[in-house]
Design a protein around this ligand. Structure first.
Ligand SMILES: NC(=O)c1ccc[n+]([C@@H]2O[C@H](COP(=O)([O-])OP(=O)(O)OC[C@H]3O[C@@H](n4cnc5c(N)ncnc54)[C@H](OP(=O)(O)O)[C@@H]3O)[C@@H](O)[C@H]2O)c1
Length: 323
């Protein structure tokens, strides 16, 4: 089968499309013919081997997973003898940042992993990008305990995580202010934001509204800069460590006080999130934003584009048998 392979850490050019053996499902695994995947920031981190503290996961010296692709959508081709939850021909989607494999014509994944039958209302190319950014958004919104009636500000509302966060916070009943650049104001309003702030013409940290949660979804701000935006028991959540890697430390010390807090949850293995997202998609409360699509043969270009930091939502890799 065709797969995008890298055997050392480095820039997008370390990835080559090669012919490799088709995987065989173990007794508890499902074999999926991949129709679509994505290149996302998780794939980029694992390919580059950066940041360095991720090396126990990426591989200490060389990549642990030589074919990346954390998100996938496709069709079940076969499964191991212990699998009962899926049938041959099921349309499935999911997320796998343990062993990856979406950048290939076939992947295997345990049946109790992050895999579910696809939402009925999406194509493969729409389903594939619905888990990476969204699961980070779910984890952070849950850590902040966002509830109906809360005021939430999402800074970086056009990223994979930010565009999901706007929709997911709305689905929880929050009132959402979203911060993005001029060109994407209409797109972000269309995601359901109650108010949009253009960061190119206005400093969002000077906003007069006060928020229960400030969500830095592009890792470009800080608790210190956003503190004045927060209600007295408000919560700051962020996708990144912060400019001085301070967010985990701040999460520990603000937990002890009675004022504004930082939450920085460790990623947890919660496969139910895929089914939670499926329900939101089917009820029309979440739809992943798609920017560009590339065939597998152009995956290096896809990586280069994602690493500009300019993608709007998600970048899809098409592996449809016809493409
Ligand atoms: N290491 C990992 O494994 C990992 C995994 C996932 C995510 N992350 C981190 O999580 C963050 C978000 O990831 P993502 O995939 O959602 O990001 P993304 O999709 O790459 O975000 C890019 C978007 O952010 C916007 N943006 C850039 N600078 C901005 C600014 N100063 N203010 C507001 N918007 C800005 C860009 O549009 P404009 O520039 O046109 O405004 C673009 O639409 C990233 O910092 C990423 O490093 C890390």
């Amino acid at each position: 089968m065709k797969a995008a392979v890298h055997t050392r850490f480095g820039p997008p050019e370390v990835v080559r499309v090669s012919v490799v053996p088709k995987p065989m499902p173990a007794h508890n695994e499902v074999l999926v013919q991949v129709h679509a995947s994505t290149v996302n920031r998780t794939d980029c981190g694992f390919r580059a081997g950066k940041p360095w503290f991720g090396r126990p996961f990426y591989g200490l010296v060389r990549p642990r997973s030589t074919t990346l692709g954390s998100e996938f959508a496709g069709v079940v081709e076969s499964f191991g003898r212990a699998v009962t939850a899926f049938q041959v021909g099921d349309r499935v989607f999911g997320y796998n940042d343990r062993t990856f494999g979406g950048h290939a014509e076939y992947l295997t994944i345990p049946d109790d992993g992050w895999i579910a039958t696809m939402p009925a209302n999406l194509t493969f190319e729409e389903a594939a990008p619905s888990t990476e950014g969204a699961h980070y958004a779910v984890g952070l919104l849950r850590a902040a305990d966002v509830q109906a009636g809360h005021d939430v500000l999402v800074y970086g509302a056009t990223g994979a995580i930010g565009s999901a966060a706007v929709q997911l916070a709305k689905s929880l009943g929050a009132t959402v202010t979203a911060v993005c650049a001029t060109a994407q104001l209409d797109l972000v309003k269309g995601l359901g934001a109650d108010r949009v702030v253009d960061y190119t013409t206005q400093d969002f940290t000077q906003d007069e509204q006060r928020y229960d949660t400030v969500f830095d979804a592009v890792g470009k701000s800080s608790f210190g800069r956003c503190k004045q935006l927060m209600k007295p028991r408000g919560v700051f959540i962020a996708t990144d460590l912060g400019p001085l890697s301070q967010n985990p430390f701040l999460a520990l010390i603000t937990r002890l006080g009675r004022g504004r807090r930082v939450r920085f949850p460790l990623p947890r293995n919660e496969p139910e999130i895929v089914r939670y997202l499926k329900d939101l998609i089917e009820s029309g409360q979440f739809k992943p934003v798609i920017d560009r699509r590339y065939p597998l043969d152009q995956i290096v270009e896809a990586y280069r584009y994602v690493e500009t930091g300019q993608k709007v939502g998600n970048v899809v890799i098409s592996l449809a048998p016809s493409s």
